[in-house]
Design a protein around this ligand. Structure first.
Ligand SMILES: NC(=O)C1=CN([C@@H]2O[C@H](COP(=O)(O)OP(=O)(O)OC[C@H]3O[C@@H](n4cnc5c(N)ncnc54)[C@H](O)[C@@H]3O)[C@@H](O)[C@H]2O)C=CC1
Ligand SMILES: O=C(CO)COP(=O)(O)O
Length: 314
């Protein structure tokens, strides 16, 4: 069974390169001029294999399994325009965020635009550059249909990419979205010079609030403790390869951050704040990140925002 990837950014290209080792892969992007050079500038140093076809024509996307690797805030618009063309296939969401318009994850956007598709989520700790270079990586493949999950697990695993499967789509998807928000907070703590102990508190209390929201929305708590939650949280809060962490570093240090960089946690923090307010759930770190990202809270007041909260049981 052949595979296609929609979205020729760093992650879509990395997945396409990795899967092309097993057979032909078609990669769709809205700009493909770079392909003639044999390398995507978003993934420098990674040659495109011969079994990878790059196209900007959606009619070329005929594979029964399609990975959607667009940023979460772009996915809804893309599906409104093109969802009908993708229906009745296996559609695997690779985006890590919560849509600000609908306050839902990418899998719900896909299910709504493509009602006859089998919807799955591919998530977990993985930098695009690592996957593309064939470094060993373990991810979670989530699909509510257990039989389809097994088929997709086999289809999308490679010699270096080991997929675990689960039927908990909500838990897997929310873990990947929420960890980006906490990674911004962890980066801000380091950028402001608060130190590694402060970062460890943010990771731990951040994991608690991730779990609180996800379980309220129907996730299984053990999913949050797996690759898609804790695994990705640890990676993203400790590595400067992470754009969310680097954005946090810049916020904390009061320095410039490259405009146009995909930082999913900024919009997702705002979505989380709105969701949590509606559900009556406390999400202090996510609220702080939403405030910092919007400029309604300044870094000088960020510590007070967390430390002056009433003392409570852990
Ligand atoms: N880069 C990484 O290491 C990883 C990224 N992800 C997730 O993958 C998703 C995509 O991230 P990246 O590929 O890294 O971002 P990127 O910034 O490298 O690329 C985004 C791509 O999406 C395209 N795009 C944006 N809006 C579009 C639209 N409306 N229609 C068509 N194309 C559009 C851009 O042209 C660009 O090619 C994000 O949700 C991210 O969290 C997940 C795991 C690892
Ligand atoms: O999701 C990722 C790693 O698993 C990539 O993180 P960033 O989007 O912060 O770069």
């Amino acid at each position: 069974m052949s595979v296609a990837v929609i979205g020729s950014g760093a992650f879509g290209t990395a997945l396409a390169v990795s899967l092309a080792a097993k057979g032909p892969v078609t990669l769709w992007g809205r700009e493909t001029g770079w392909a003639a050079a044999g390398e995507n500038p978003r993934l420098p140093g990674v040659p495109l294999p011969a079994s990878l076809i790059v196209t900007k024509e959606l009619k070329d996307i005929t594979a029964p399994t399609v990975l959607l690797a667009l940023p979460a805030q772009s996915l809804g618009g893309f599906l409104t325009d093109h969802g009908a063309r993708l229906d009745r296939r296996n559609l695997v969401s690779c985006a890590k965020g919560i849509d600000l318009t609908t306050l839902t994850g990418p899998s719900a956007l896909i299910a709504s635009a493509c009602p006859h598709a089998t919807v799955a989520v591919l998530t977990g700790p993985s930098f695009a550059a690592d996957i593309a270079r064939g470094l060993p990586t373990a991810l979670t493949l989530a699909c509510a249909d257990a039989a389809a999950a097994e088929i997709l697990q086999r289809q999308l695993s490679t010699a270096s990419l080991r997929l675990y499967r689960t039927t908990d789509v909500t838990g897997a998807e929310l873990g990947g979205a929420l960890k980006n928000v906490i990674a911004i907070a962890a980066g801000a703590a380091i950028g402001a010079g608060y130190g590694d102990s402060a970062r460890a508190s943010i990771v731990t209390r951040g994991f608690a609030e991730m779990t609180r929201l996800a379980v309220t929305l129907g996730a299984r708590p053990e999913t949050l403790g797996g690759l898609s939650g804790l695994g990705d949280l640890v990676l993203t809060c400790t590595s400067e390869q992470s754009r969310n962490f680097r954005y946090g570093l810049a916020l904390g240090a009061g320095s410039e951050f490259a405009p146009g960089t995909t930082v999913e946690g900024a919009a997702t923090a705002r979505a989380v704040s709105r969701l949590a307010e509606g559900l009556g759930i406390e999400m202090p770190i996510s609220n702080l990140v939403a405030g910092l990202a919007q400029g309604s809270i300044v870094m000088e007041h960020a510590l007070d925002f967390l430390l002056k909260r009433p003392l409570k049981e852990e």
